[in-house]
Design a protein around this ligand. Sequence first.
Ligand SMILES: Cc1ncc(COP(=O)(O)O)c(C=O)c1O
Length: 366
Amino acid sequence: MVSPRPAVQSLPAYKPGRNPADLAREIGVERAVKLASNEVAFPPLPAVVEAVSRAVGETNRYPDNGAVVLTRALADRYGVDPAQVATGCGAVAICQELAQAYNDPGTSIAFAWRSFEMYPLLARIAGAGAVQVPLVPGSEGGAADTHDLEALAAAIDDTTRLVFVCNPNNPTGTAVRRAELEGFLDAVPAGTLVVLDEAYREFVTDPDVPDGVELMRGRPNVAVLRTFSKAWGLAGLRVGYLLAEDPAVADAVRRTHLPFSVGMVAQAAAVAALSSEDEVRRRCAAVTAERGRLTAALRDRGLEVAESQANFVWLPVAERTAELAAALEARAVITRPFAGEGIRVTVGTPEEDDVFLAALDDALAL
Ligand SMILES: Cc1ncc(COP(=O)(O)O)c(C=O)c1O
């Protein structure tokens, strides 16, 4: 029998979030609400719909593997050289490409835990060690929900090739502030690449949460990861990008890039989305206003909710997690539970969030 590598055999099977239409059918309701994947609820931007329709007519051809137009648009937007930019089939593909580019067996990747669930998996796939540094309470007596950057710096050793700092952190929504992050970057040895995973950057409202692109300037071992999946509304098309101070980092990502994995429709959509930045800003402002309302409503119910700088909120309900998520699902609301830890709830439309709050009241009254 042909066997996959032991590291692959031990990977957990991918568990996709529940499809709202399936759930609605199963429990006999007209519609279920999905607040599980941190997408935005708005339909695709009008400029994206138009660009996608146009690009579809060319799909008998391969896409531009260098994504030249998109790369140039991103370079212009951030005031960097195109050589400092790499695009990927979602930011998640770039995470994997980074691990392939920097991690030999015997090396390691360090990150906070809990954080983006792909980090430990891609370490395993690369045959690298995963150094997981526990989150700490962001408020006195609260749940562990915030990066401990001192401990993360202390966990770096000669084997550590990559460090992911997810800011704001998925799934807790908390963000590290400027002074702390600068201190951390100063402490990281030059031979370790720090990847600031800013998938949710566009939802940050606290001016003291630093923009990674500013922080990376002058720091050749820092790169920033962003995505079109969240604020820009292109989750279904799969485009992410990396910006690196040192062009060699972007080059390493391009070398490990799966050829043609950013399709031409996706590239055209991303370029069109960038041209709609004002509308994206308005949408993000609506999401962050709704985040404030949802957070207040949850706290009014006596629940602990960390201050989120992302488009989701975190309920650290610990051992009640599985039961509460199941009770919400029975009431047609799909959230993202992390067994034994908490539930991540994406900020939806005000109507969706009201359905969630009513379901929560009902479930908590049991
Ligand atoms: C922190 C973080 N990084 C990266 C990603 C990957 O995003 P995508 O592959 O859709 O660009 C996600 C998606 O949920 C995320 O939460």
